[in-house]
Design a protein around this ligand. Sequence first.
Ligand SMILES: Cc1ncc(COP(=O)(O)O)c(C=O)c1O
Length: 415
Amino acid sequence: MNKEISSLKKEFPALKARFGGKRLTYLDSACTVLKMRGAAEEQRRHLLELGGCGGKRSFHALASAMEENYYAARSRAASFMGAGSPEEIIFTSGVTDAVNLLANSFPFTPERNEVVLSPLEHNSVFLPFERLASAGKIKLRVAPLKDLRVDLAALAKMTGPKTALVCLTHASNIFGGREDIAYAADLAHSAGAYLFTDDAQYSPTHGGSGALYGADACAFSGHKMGAPYCTGALYVKRELLARLRPWRVGGGTVEDVSFAGGRYKVKYLGNYQGFEAGVQNYSGASALAVTLVRLEKCGFENIRAHVSGLVDGALKGLAGIRGVRVLGRREDLLEGSLISMVPEKKGFSVPDFNLFLNHQPGRFIAVRTGRHCADLACLASGLRETIRISFFAYNTPEDTSFFIEALKKYLSLLK
Ligand SMILES: Cc1ncc(COP(=O)(O)O)c(C=O)c1O
């Protein structure tokens, strides 16, 4: 662990907490990252020292200070994501919120109403489009899996003159690895379509977003980076943003409301403001900005190298164990931050094993088991559930050793 990483690790007090008297070994950062002290302090400071209203509603000194702070956070998110301008950033409560916004604001036309999804999409991407498809508003096409990765050749064949949008997760939350966004952007653009990338599992350990590789829209969740819950951002390229039709409407979204000829006429703000209806999570956005600054200070090259090293070590440790099978190829997994595995020994019960991990002497080991909201991937691969260990900058090889020792112990109890 180099000095930047060990200094960052001190920012996560929950690592030292005890739960039910037991120490925590946290291998569930793909679900949510533990929260950063600096982010929590910034949220507290913002709530207690500012606490007014942003969003260009009121015009007094406190409201101006709020809006200044909010716009500074927008600029920070823009530079992190690789956006051309802060005006291309819509603050959201995370990827789920971002995709619901995008799906329901998207300018589908009768001529272009198909959405092509990769089979690795999280339910937060799949379900908003599935709803539109069920209501007969769009046609949904899901590309197949190949070796637990997206079959890009098949995705290319599905993308054509009727395709409005292609969605590709940048890094899978079930099989790990990383997808080729530059290729997908070329593919979508040459068909006259847009590309959305889900950066939920990419941004925290790589830095940046799909925007840097040509995506027209992309999103990440702050809580997966150490920022407070319900923070995140959606980037939408200026040209596409101008074509979106605000979905969730309300205060702060209108340029003008008039009444003529017995009807109301509403003109919505065409920029990001048209998509941030109502009072926003100003303190969360400020804390998110602090989180991004702190991670950038540590250096994403350091975070990536550290996490990749942890994946490598875990793969080596797991290679010697009979009774579970690691999913995916080593070279792919090294590019991600997680490993999924399935049991191969008779009598192995995933829920029992999860419970077993919770009751180690003096400590409990937090992993994630199940389908990971990746139902499309489970259906495409025939997998019912996996055991997933996932890493962030604060993990150590010792964490992996605790998991591997517990796994060996559990396997030895089976006949
Ligand atoms: C790949 C991926 N996309 C989207 C999400 C949804 O993120 P959120 O719950 O923060 O909206 C997750 C959460 O686990 C995820 O792993």
